[in-house]
Design a binder for this molecule. Structure first.
Ligand SMILES: Nc1ncnc2c1ncn2[C@@H]1O[C@H](COP(=O)(O)OP(=O)(O)OP(=O)(O)O)[C@@H](O)[C@H]1O
Ligand SMILES: [Mg+2]
Length: 134
């Protein structure tokens, strides 16, 4: 995987923070039941897929198309930027980000990152250095 580790951390952190916010909202079906955030990673041939699953209220159908838009928020102190920034980061690395409703409660956000192809030839670093020194 060839990605800026800090940026990928940021994406995961945004998704986990949203999951916790959703489950702490404390209203709607399932409020008061035990909650969990499940983070999983799956390596495939050409990409890795990371998923953050929560057991919150899920996305209302009318919000499903909007949550990735900049400044869409339902939180009193929200900026509505977490998901749009996350999507930009993921897409800048050649992946994509999307949400699926869970079979039970909650929503799962997924993102992929392409696995970097192995370099065909070793980087000619030593050669370049010796040319510089000459
Ligand atoms: N796991 C989730 N469960 C339910 N709703 C969610 C979830 N994640 C995001 N949302 C909805 O999508 C909206 C946009 O999320 P986004 O992360 O972009 O912004 P935000 O969390 O409101 O603010 P911030 O800029 O602080 O991240 C949220 O306000 C919320 O309504
Ligand atoms: Mg957020």
């Amino acid at each position: 995987m060839q990605a800026d580790a800090l940026q990928v951390q940021q994406v995961i952190l945004n998704l986990v923070r949203n999951a916790l916010d959703a489950m702490n909202a404390g209203t709607g079906a399932g409020a008061g039941e035990p909650h969990a955030v499940v983070i999983s990673a799956r390596a495939e041939l050409k990409q890795v897929e990371i998923a953050v699953q929560d057991s919150g209220p899920g996305l209302p159908p009318e919000a499903r198309d909007q949550v990735l838009r900049p400044f869409f928020t339902t939180k009193p102190d929200g900026l509505g930027l977490g998901l749009s920034i996350s999507q930009s980061i993921v897409e800048a690395h050649g992946g994509r980000l999307w949400a699926t409703p869970n079979a039970g409660r909650g929503v799962t956000f997924h993102f992929t990152l392409p696995v970097a192809a192995p370099a065909a030839t070793p980087e000619p670093v030593a050669e370049a250095l010796s040319l510089d020194a000459a």
